[in-house]
Ligand binder design. Sequence first.
Ligand code: SAM
Length: 242
Amino acid sequence: MHRCFTDHFIIGTNKHVAITGDEAKHISRVLRLTPGAEVEVCDGSGITYIGVISAITKTEVQVEIREGKKDLSEPETKVLLFAGLSKGAKMELVIQKSVELGVSEIIPVETEFAVAKEGKTERWQRIAFEAAKQCKRPKVPYIHEALRFEDAVEMLTHCDLALCAYEKEQKVSAATILQRLDSGCQTCGVFVGPEGGFSDKEIACLTKKEIPTVSLGKRILRTETAAIVFVTLVMHQLGELG
Ligand code: SAM
């Protein structure tokens, strides 16, 4: 069954909801669905609704909502990926893969050695949307505007568990600290540096805020590999994989 997203919150069943924009075009012109066809509708709340198309125009598809079911594919713990701004294709890969793996939010961060200097939030949000749709997630992860390093650290301190991947960390592995992840953890924030890594000053700042630096293994990984591995380890610990 085709799954589509709506910007409007769906409140209750037996109501009509409008699907507009590219989603409507896809339904009418590409899939050529007609009134009477069943579709799944997600409104970002985590509930997947089953509905029946009641009317179609070139710009809008009206769906009558029949039933809603809580989608269990969303992790109970919110995983926030903080990623130092990296060059175009790398950042896009990180966004696509981490959405597939189950992150809730992605926070691009301006760091001292970042090669890329500005975020492309609108484009990245679109990539997150496409990835969520492709992997059938009911929620589209939120891509923040790029934050200054200090603001990102502040936000990390509000997570129940926060970790920073650091290639020079030799004693503490990510897997060891991730054992602290339990059902009481509502948010887990993981930070990965850009191509150029973190500066000593940035690592000192993280350490001062008691955010542990952790190793992802003996080899230095590219930033995009590190982000994917880090999120995979978190999701494995949360029982979200396999
Ligand atoms: N500029 C650094 C260098 O050449 O030594 C490497 C930075 S690495 C390409 C980019 C980011 O990936 C790092 O800031 C870190 O967050 C993460 N990373 C890569 N390998 C890692 C490892 N073995 N353990 C922990 N973090 C790692």
